[in-house]
Design a protein around this ligand. Sequence first.
Ligand SMILES: Cc1cc2nc3c(=O)[nH]c(=O)nc-3n(C[C@H](O)[C@H](O)[C@H](O)COP(=O)(O)OP(=O)(O)OC[C@H]3O[C@@H](n4cnc5c(N)ncnc54)[C@H](O)[C@@H]3O)c2cc1C
Length: 442
Amino acid sequence: MQDNIDVIIIGAGIAGITTAYYLQKNFPGVSYKILDSRSSAGGTWDQMKFPGVRADNDMYTYGFSFNPWKGSIIGNGADIRGYINQTANKFKIKKNIVFNTQVSALSWKDNLWTTKTDKKNYTSQYVICCTGSRDRNNPHLPKFKGESKYKGKIVHTQNWGDTDFKGKSVTIIGSGCTAITMAPSIIKEAKKVTLVQRSPAWIINIDSQEKSSRGYKTFQVLKDYISSRFFKKSLRKKIIAADPYYNDKTTPSYDFWDQRPASSLDQDYFRAVESSKVKIERQGVSNWEATGVKLQDGKVIHSDLTVMATGGNAQLLGGIDIFVNDKKINIHDTSWYRGMMFSGLPNLFAHAGYINFSWTARCEIVSQRICKTIKYMKKKELSTCTAKYLGEKTTPSIQANYVLRAMDKFPNRTYKFYQNYFVEYIIFKLSKVDDGALEFER
Ligand SMILES: Cc1cc2nc3c(=O)[nH]c(=O)nc-3n(C[C@H](O)[C@H](O)[C@H](O)COP(=O)(O)OP(=O)(O)OC[C@H]3O[C@@H](n4cnc5c(N)ncnc54)[C@H](O)[C@@H]3O)c2cc1C
């Protein structure tokens, strides 16, 4: 069974809902479906259920501009999921979502894309992949020797399920955003918490009562990011001098904003680590023992539960196999056109976020650029648009492990993909669709 529609969207998270909103706004009467393997909308915010899960950046910029967030400056996971669903209902997007549908392949032939799913299939002129940046089935799980010896439970934050931590001795391995938000939220009910952090992270504090606006936050975050690039050493000194938390053991080896900083809310993390129930170990894991992990200095950290807050594995296009005229495409062999298309893949668009700014904000400007491209094609009666293989060798946008681990999964060239919202906002608005890097056919 196969239905022909105008646009197939894959993924019903922030990107999928944003895309649908702008498609409806620009093309009243457009026929589209959003296919998602989950049973509910929200993507990341439907999957992540670990205690303390919340956004790291302010909701003024992380919320949709077309349905402003009404809660406090940092949203928690359940509230963000509710907000995404409320937005999908408000703009009558929900009825176009087809849940519980896993897309395994997309094939381009005779100027149409065809899905391969475990349910009904669709054909369409355009595909917009809103599949996120993470392998949702296989998180990053470093392997230490002797895992089978351990008698406790091991859980990755991505697959939290109904894991019980109450009254238990918990070890959290990892020093990123997840570990920093989780520790304060479990400390009251856990028996004790040990944080194993091989390398400390920069942590900023956010005041939950702060009131601001989308415009001001956009300006402030980007100003801070840009100045951190120009004044790396002096900024580092300034932060260390101003915050007594940083000492020889807690100061990261990398500069501020070389990786996305973690955030503490109303000092919750800093208070948690002062508690007698919390201990921080600043070294790597050597192997598993029956009662917990053994650190490199030989000390064993006894625990009933070990939480792997070790991050995700990057994945583009949701693990979908892509075929163009029966030829399987390796995304690594392509060029990434403006962070929204891949060379050689006609009429296929895909969202990717920033490492230094709100994901939603980029989804909005990319969605508008996609609509501008489709409008141009309609006006000129063109049926296909394909990015050329142009650009520079792809380099890591940030020195974070999850990016460095995934370089062979990204396109090997990048054409005009700026990690800067202001620059892209202006370029997407002002630059011509027919910019010399796209090939069009009638
Ligand atoms: C704890 C946490 C905090 C974060 N905080 C922030 C923050 O403060 N600011 C920020 O900018 N970003 C943050 N992020 C990053 C976050 O992932 C993005 O902001 C955003 O949620 C991604 O939305 P998305 O719709 O692009 O992708 P996702 O939320 O990943 O949704 C993708 C959807 O596509 C579906 N899908 C994928 N592949 C297939 C397939 N083959 N077939 C069918 N369905 C498929 C999935 O089921 C999923 O529902 C955070 C991430 C985490 C984990």
